[in-house]
Design a protein around this ligand. Structure first.
Ligand SMILES: Cc1cc2nc3c(=O)[nH]c(=O)nc-3n(C[C@H](O)[C@H](O)[C@H](O)COP(=O)(O)OP(=O)(O)OC[C@H]3O[C@@H](n4cnc5c(N)ncnc54)[C@H](O)[C@@H]3O)c2cc1C
Length: 398
């Protein structure tokens, strides 16, 4: 509610600007993308005009080079109004384009980033395979290295923007076993041997499609290798995951916006709707739900802003803080979207109000970008390791 505490006047102005832009440009059609299942190319153009696709990308390639916290603030406000549009901005600000800007050669940056900034090319990330979901050590898509090229063979599933992306960062095996030997190669969608095999129908978030991608002897120049896999180590995989933290944090930012939108809908309804001669807001059970949601949202927001202020050596947000933020933000968004339906009663499940759409749109986000369970596992490992490494952790009698 008073989410101005830590923010400068400039940052608050940016928040207001993003919210007003989203209301003016994206609100009217937010429901249409979902209903018709159309990808909003018009919004890509508007995002490009407003500098939002290149928001975090280098000035040298047309971007605005704004901070990650500013990107979080903008995404939160866009997602409050239209999650579909926020997701597109997020993919460009935090996804493979951002990884290219931090890890790619000058030639790769010059080739891809100006087109991303201009809204002429979207770059997706293809990691997941049928047999490699949470367990990425089982990735089998292969990169065969030749003198001047790399040949990719394999299949990826559930790749966001798989049907409209111009390029994909494909996580592949250069050899080795488990996470050893994994790395990432950029493959353009017009490369011979690349095919979109199918597009999935899903519960919601239908303006943006996920697709299965096939790579059959897809040959790309050696220069397209973004992260080289070393069959003897997991170094390539670790770098892929470090870059992935930027995407993970963007999911947290979007989720904050969705949670806020749910709260913005359910609280006024509690105040206005009367049953048993009093507003619903007078019922303690419902008031306390609001308080719990506000608490969880503030916690998630603080965690997300904190992670956004921190960077590793490459400029990606750190794993531990990002996992906390993503877990907290996606879970409060899902909870708030669900509770908005409950509080609205029968209205909540009709298509007359945004509550049911919001729930369907957010349902996948505790799965995408590292499931809640995998994030808990990674957090648990780090906390346990910390205590295992410090002496004197055995239970002591007082
Ligand atoms: C909206 C959306 C967008 C996506 N976009 C992309 C994309 O752009 N690119 C891409 O590569 N992938 C994408 N994915 C796929 C996503 O990364 C995977 O869904 C995710 O990694 C989990 O893999 P899985 O679905 O195969 O589940 P599985 O790994 O099969 O797991 C199934 C369930 O079991 C749980 N589980 C698994 N192992 C354990 C364990 N050891 N302990 C406890 N619980 C466990 C999981 O948390 C999950 O709930 C997207 C997914 C969604 C929902």
């Amino acid at each position: 509610m008073h989410n101005t505490y830590l923010l400068t006047e400039e940052q608050q102005k940016l928040q207001r600007w993003a919210y007003e832009l989203a209301q003016a440009e994206f609100q009217a059609s937010a429901e249409r993308w979902e209903r018709e299942g159309i990808f909003p190319w018009e919004h890509v153009a508007t995002l490009a005009e407003q500098g939002l696709l290149g928001f975090t990308l280098p000035r040298a390639f047309g971007g605005l080079e704004r901070s990650r916290l500013e990107a979080v603030l903008v995404l939160e406000q866009l997602a409050r109004v239209c999650l579909t549009t926020a997701e597109i901005a997020h993919i460009c600000m935090n996804g493979p384009s951002y990884a290219i800007s931090r890890l790619g050669s000058q030639a790769l940056q010059a080739r891809y980033l100006p087109e991303v900034v201009a809204g002429k090319r979207l770059i997706g990330i293809a990691i997941t395979e049928d047999e490699a979901g949470s367990s990425l050590g089982e990735i089998s898509t292969r990169a065969h290295v030749r003198a001047t090229s790399v040949v990719i063979d394999g299949r990826k599933c559930f790749t966001t923007i798989g049907d409209v992306g111009g390029t994909f960062e494909v996580v592949v095996r250069f050899g080795g076993e488990g996470t050893r030997g994994l790395g990432a190669v950029l493959v353009d969608a017009d490369t011979p041997g690349f095919a979109v095999e199918r597009v999935y129908e899903k519960i919601g978030g239908n303006g943006i499609h996920e697709a299965a991608l096939r790579f059959e002897h897809c040959e790309v120049p050696r220069e397209q290798v973004l992260i080289e896999g070393d069959p003897a180590t997991s170094n390539g995989f670790k770098l892929v995951m470090r870059a992935y933290n930027a995407l993970r944090l963007g999911i947290a930012a979007n989720s904050l916006g969705v949670a806020q939108a749910a709260l913005d809908q359910l609280v006024p309804y509690l105040l206005q709707r009367r049953q048993f001669g009093a507003p619903l807001a007078a019922a303690q059970g419902l008031r306390w739900r609001v308080a719990r949601l506000a608490l969880a949202l503030e916690q998630a927001r603080l965690l997300t802003y904190r992670a956004a202020l921190l960077s590793d050596d490459y400029g990606f947000p750190p794993a531990y803080e990002t996992a906390l933020a993503k877990l907290a933000a996606t879970e409060v968004a899902l909870q708030a979207a669900d509770e908005a339906i409950q509080v609205l009663g029968w209205r909540g499940i009709t298509k007359d109000y945004a509550a049911e759409r919001r729930y369907r749109e957010i349902r996948g986000w505790t799965i995408a970008g590292g499931t809640s369970e995998m994030l808990l596992e990674s957090l648990a490992k780090q906390v346990l390791r910390h205590y295992e490494q410090s002496s004197g952790h055995a239970l002591q009698a007082e």
